[in-house]
Design a protein around this ligand. Structure first.
Ligand SMILES: [Fe+2]
Length: 206
């Protein structure tokens, strides 16, 4: 487990402003859902004192899929992701606990959170990329979670129920400790995600 980096006051580099543009739109899209995620995100960006970490742009092999997914942004949220995609600190998902054969076909960025590019202790928010023809097997965590599909499609299984198709624009919620799995076919999946509640990484199990 990597501990949060000591933050500093929000800087205004061009890259940070591009990332903040995507973060602001992401918070708006998820916050408009209301309910618990709306409450969790309320005030996250309000006080203008969000610390930035010193995480630098980074890629993992699965990022090779990204240009194709961002070629023709369909809305302002996707455009803002396209604008900052090269500024993001991409890494393997699952806190190092996903089998290598799976995780090397995936990428994640934590934009906001204890391990994020912008530091926050109550919410994690980021983007997940899952390559095509890939099963991200059943996993769970104490944090409550929402996914919002940005590109592609996947079968989604919650509580070990049969995979249901999920497509662009869909929101998928997971309760605390609820088993979930995602299975792609011909298309990669690109999705916005957020955690709230008990967001400690130690509870992640796969
Ligand atoms: Fe999850």
């Amino acid at each position: 487990m990597r501990f949060p980096r000591k933050g500093r006051e929000m800087a205004c580099t061009a890259a940070q402003l591009r990332i903040l543009g995507f973060l602001t739109k992401s918070v708006a899209v998820l916050g408009q859902q209301g309910g618990q995620i709306g409450q969790a995100l309320q005030g996250v960006l309000a006080d203008g004192r969000l610390p930035v970490s010193d995480l630098q742009p980074a890629v993992v092999p699965a990022c090779v899929l990204m240009p194709g997914l961002l070629l023709d942004p369909r809305d302002p949220l996707m455009q803002s992701l396209a604008d900052c995609v090269d500024d993001l600190h991409w890494k393997s998902p699952g806190f190092g606990r996903i089998p290598d054969a799976v995780s090397r076909q995936m990428a994640v960025v934590e934009i906001l959170g204890p391990d994020g590019m912008f530091v926050h202790q109550r919410v994690r928010l980021g983007v997940l990329l899952q390559g095509e023809h890939l099963l991200y097997p059943n996993h769970k965590h104490l944090a409550q979670e929402v996914y919002h599909v940005l590109s592609g499609r996947a079968g989604w299984s919650v509580d070990s129920v049969a995979f249901q198709p999920r497509e662009v624009g869909d929101f998928i919620y997971h309760r605390s400790n609820q088993l979930h799995a995602m299975k792609t076919q011909t298309d990669p999946l690109l999705a916005l995600w957020a955690w709230w509640g008990d967001i400690r990484s130690v509870s992640y199990e796969i």
